[in-house]
Design a protein around this ligand. Sequence first.
Ligand code: HEM
Length: 425
Amino acid sequence: MTNQPHPEPTNSTPELFTREFAADPYPAYAWLRDHAPVHRTELPSGVEAWLVTRYADAKQALADQRLSKNPAHHDEPAHAKGKTGIPGERKAELMTHLLNIDPPDHTRLRRLVSKAFTPRRVAEFAPRVQELTDRLIDGFAGRGSADLIHEFAFPLPIYAICDMLGVPREDQDDFRDWAGMMIRHGGGPRGGVARSVKKMRGYLADLIHRKREALPEAPGPGEDLISGLIRASDHGEHLTENEAAAMAFILLFAGFETTVNLIGNGTYALLGRPGQRARLQASLARGERGLLETGVEELLRYDGPVELATWRFATQPLTIGGQDIAPGDPVLVVLAAADRDPERFADPDRLDLARRDNQHLGYGHGIHYCLGAPLARLEGQTALATLLTRLPDLQLAVDSTDLRWRGGLIMRGLRTLPVEFTPIP
Ligand code: HEM
């Protein structure tokens, strides 16, 4: 279990991608770091990829420009067509977003949107995140029990990002439904997920069109992000309408399941460690922020939302950790393994909310470093602090062995998190 402070590494090549692995991948990652730090494996989809598990190699690979983010560099084997999890709709408009492109397009698009995500801009958003957090807790506080994933961790980031983008409040529940479909059924391009993506695409195209018609001459204070993107596309900054829609889509997509998992995994880790949790509650009661801030970083390192960084593809021969990689080969950097590397972190399998030397890779590294990190920090800190303050005796309502983890490749998170607490009026 994740809750054990010192997972025992297994002795032989571990089986990856089983249900047990999903519940606790860390012993298998410890084995890989020790015995096969750059390991070629067949993924559940049938595609073969390299897994990079040591911190130093991971950091190098994340910043290596010879590894492209553009899925066109990969030749899908015929038997795996469309099932690889590699963004299949590579020509679809919504797929030309930051996580699938390289410089110079990446540099141009990232510059346009980065203004909206400075720590200062995001701090202006704090009262709204607090209000959303309180409203969601109000929804179940009187009941004494809740599923924290569905009733709290999931809706919070959706409403927050919709607000930031400028999706009108009355339409935000549609986004909640579409996102729910995407998170329940993974990122695969078929069936209900494809319908949800299509609806979201249609809605965003229409919203961009309507906002363009109504755009005032000059930007007002607190102008929403979509209006900002339209302004950029109208003023010769070379942003096409498709790119604006793809940008809105990736902000939603990159910003919701990750934050759901930060809140879910983070709360779960705290509930299993009464001592650490009591220290945090005591420091919050004294009105201090320090332990909350280092604590959320530590929760990201210890059991972060993104297990594997998104796809990268070798564009030329290169060597990582002494292993030769051929052009076209997919490379997956295992952030969860790198962040438990004893070469980098003292006592890495121990959760230490006060950890200082903590340059974890939970938000990635290099030019694709998480754009939304300031917003994610704000949401994670607000959610955990408010939960622990308003529901001080919060506890798991089931045995931790009964919890199920989602089986997706990139993300790591719980399906449900049933909790109980003394009801508050
Ligand atoms: C990129 C993690 C929340 C937007 C990334 C990457 C990671 C990551 C690891 C790099 C992926 C790679 O290099 O393959 C996280 C975590 C979050 C979080 C752990 C929550 C705790 C958010 C939020 C937003 C966001 C709230 C926006 C609203 C993005 C975007 C990128 C990105 C746009 C792509 C940046 C680029 O390619 O230049 N994130 N993220 N993320 N994230 Fe986040």
